[in-house]
Design a protein around this ligand. Sequence first.
Ligand code: IPM
Ligand code: MG
Length: 357
Amino acid sequence: MKKILIMAGDGIGPEIVAEAIKVLDVAKARFGLEIETDEALVGGAAYDASGDPLPEESLAKARAADAILFGSIGGPKWDNIERDKRPERGLLRLRSSLGLFANLRPAILFPQLADASSLKPEVVSGLDILIVRELTGGIYFGQPRGIREESGERVGFNTDVYSESEIRRIARVAFELAMARGKRLCSVDKANVLEVTELWKEIVTDMASEYPQVELSHMYVDNAAMQLVRAPKQFDVLVTGNLFGDILSDEAAMLTGSIGMLPSASLDEQRKGLYEPCHGSAPDIAGQGIANPLATILSLAMLLRYSLDRGDIATAIEQAVEKVLEDGLRTADIYTDGCRKVGTAEMGDAVAAALRA
Ligand code: IPM
Ligand code: MG
């Protein structure tokens, strides 16, 4: 029996994950899906309970699971504790310990939300792009890093580093995904300035011969940031390093109306994965029951598709989300005039009901 580990985390994490679990329960009943679920602490919640944002017990459960459904972590409460104990470090250690190097962040505009985007409907309608972000290397993990004293003042430093093999394995994932979609891949770098991305560009270019059907292009990250808001539909799949991917995926999220709509998958070589919404823990609205649970529900769909090979259930969940949007239900972040504003639980209930039908 497949095992799913639930890691709700901090802030709005527990609220949005609870809605995804409602949907999972309906999926189990309707599709006879047999899975076991367990829970584990992570982030600030884990730090409060044990002094560690990723306790050994949580990591062991994560290793034993086939897939992890993750909420969100962090908040002002933990901003000033020792750096290594901060909630974000728990998530980063989890990604790195499990080798979850391939981060898939699709930005798809549901037609019903064309008006919720800050861009004109004609610029975003029909948008379907996929950002493939390298997740366990680059400046997020490079050594040396730190803050040191130098000539009487403090100096902060990090290292952006990628080996050929790291570039090759993420590029391979991106080429394969491009093959299964629109067959266009744009590799994003800053090769005009940074040696690390000069190597990136060289390796990706070198691999293109293995995928003659894929049309490969390269773009500097500053230009990519601009093109994403100017004409986002020119893209199919984008592949980039950890930091650029972090930034560009938030930007791409807004094209879809709200970052509250964007799911993600972080996969290892065997497709074991951690699935989480792209948004953060939103401490400002935590506990108010107004957060949008759809990114987490859509992350559950990705979990079923990629780690459990149940694309059929994933599609049914995505259709249930679409139905609810079609019916005019909106959480505050995607609300536009004429729609019905609902809270977190009402949105989750509606998706669960649509899936049951
Ligand atoms: C994300 C988040 C994380 C990241 C933070 C919470 C560490 O912004 O998943 O995009 O920077 O990777
Ligand atoms: Mg981010």
